[in-house]
Design a binder for this molecule. Structure first.
Ligand SMILES: Cc1cc2nc3c(=O)[nH]c(=O)nc-3n(C[C@H](O)[C@H](O)[C@H](O)COP(=O)(O)OP(=O)(O)OC[C@H]3O[C@@H](n4cnc5c(N)ncnc54)[C@H](O)[C@@H]3O)c2cc1C
Length: 387
């Protein structure tokens, strides 16, 4: 692995740093319309979908430039590059890989412009980890598919204009991974009903979605009929690799260390407590392991090989850290942790409390549970037998 930057890459890193310095200063962040101005500027620079093909509005960048951009922005705690989260992270990449020319022209520029949200319709009440057992049925009728069934835990369903939907089109296949078809469906199609579900943090960001005789034009099929599993495997690898980005974690750990240095705990600063120091050191070691693993993925990408199962390694570490760092913040803060923005917890970092403690399922369960990542690592990477 030789990750020494070329002069062109060094120049690009300096360009990003200068941009960040100018546009993400504390004063800039406080200015009215900061987020809108940020989104406009990064879009104009083609940093949104930086590695997507230029002909559809992307940046056409190489892998290293993409890494430099992500690292520098994460280090600076930058806002997202776009608001169409799932569109940018996995729907767009799946369309680039499997979409028709029409679909690329129709959807990719809109995703880059954050024109609307996408949601993901994979899980069903009886099919989560064992996704290939899904039952939501699509039957071909002339130039359309007719969809009947139910999805659950569909994040952002209530706000989305489109859903990337996995359906079963063939009930008589030997392998359950065959006979699954991926459809791109407009959420305001007649026959779709969204029923929000409240999570333990009190927010209703996910929902049940019901389909009753929903007619979907066949031209909205992504990939071949009965071959939707391949589309999903590719999209999930992108989802898991997105979740596993390391630079943001470095940032988060630094904030916990600062908190420990500034909070008294059992008569001395939390950062002087051996048990807390051990946990901080363990988190740091895991993050360093993730960084090195990330470089292995990067080497593969630089060789032009697709990402696959190995992204599960960092997804698993990320799940551990989501719970561990949240728990550590609670321990450091003690009773003060119950008052995230009050005088009882003056040094509390407002983001860490809700994200780390009440919102951990998003990182831990979304995109596949830790046990499932362990199975993937055991079977596909280590080659261990299934039973
Ligand atoms: C915040 C959040 C957002 C989500 N957003 C979406 C979304 O937008 N779209 C979507 O389609 N889904 C979404 N999901 C659903 C998520 O993908 C599923 O919850 C997840 O795949 C687990 O499926 P399940 O809930 O059916 O649990 P189950 O599959 O029933 O698993 C229950 C337990 O059994 C274990 N288990 C199951 N099978 C095995 C096995 N073979 N070996 C070992 N252990 C096993 C699991 O690890 C888990 O601990 C979201 C979930 C959450 C929490």
């Amino acid at each position: 692995m030789d990750f020494k930057l070329s002069p062109g890459e060094e120049a690009f890193r300096d360009e990003v740093r200068a941009f960040v310095e100018e546009n993400l200063s504390p004063e800039a962040r406080k200015s009215p319309g900061f987020l809108a101005s940020w989104l406009k500027q990064v879009r104009e620079r083609h940093w949104v979908g930086f590695d997507w093909p230029e002909e559809y509005g992307g940046g056409g960048s190489g892998v290293m430039e993409q890494v430099i951009l992500k690292e520098e922005l994460a280090k600076a705690g930058a806002p997202p590059l776009g608001l169409c989260i799932m569109g940018l992270q996995w729907v767009g990449p799946a369309i680039i890989e499997y979409g028709t020319e029409e679909q690329k022209k129709r959807f990719l520029p809109d995703i880059l412009d954050s024109k609307y949200q996408w949601c993901t319709g994979y899980s069903e009440p009886g099919s989560g980890s064992d996704l290939a057992s899904l039952q939501c049925r699509a039957v071909r009728d002339g130039d359309e598919y007719v969809v009947n069934g139910q999805k659950i835990w569909t994040s952002l369903a209530a706000w989305s204009k489109w859903i990337i939907l996995l359906t079963r089109t063939d009930l008589n296949t030997e392998d359950k991974h065959d006979g699954i078809t991926c459809l791109l469906v407009e959420m305001d199609s007649p026959g779709i009903e969204v029923r929000p579900i409240k999570n333990m943090a009190g927010s209703s960001h996910f929902a049940e979605v019901f389909f009753e005789n929903v007619r979907v034009p066949a031209e909205n099929r992504l990939g071949d009929d009965g071959k939707g599993w391949a589309v999903t495997v590719s999209a999930l690898a992108h989802e898991r690799s997105g979740i596993s980005e390391v630079a943001g974690l470095v940032n988060q750990l630094e904030r916990v260390v600062e908190l420990a240095k500034g909070t008294r705990h059992n008569g001395r600063m939390a950062s002087e407590q051996p048990s807390i120091r051990r946990r901080l050191a363990k988190a740091d070691t895991i993050i360093e392991g993730m960084r090195l693993n990330g470089q292995r993925f990067l080497t593969k990408q630089l060789r032009g090989e697709p990402l696959s199962s190995e992204t599960s390694i960092n997804k698993l570490h990320r799940a551990f850290l989501a719970i561990e760092l949240g728990d550590l913040v609670l321990e450091i803060q003690g009773h003060g942790s119950q008052y995230p923005s009050s005088a009882h917890a003056p040094s509390m970092d407002r983001d860490l409390w809700p994200n780390g403690v009440l919102d951990w399922p998003t990182v831990v369960i979304g995109g596949g549970t830790p046990n499932i990542q362990r199975n993937i690592i055991a079977e596909r990477i280590l080659g261990l037998p299934k039973d």
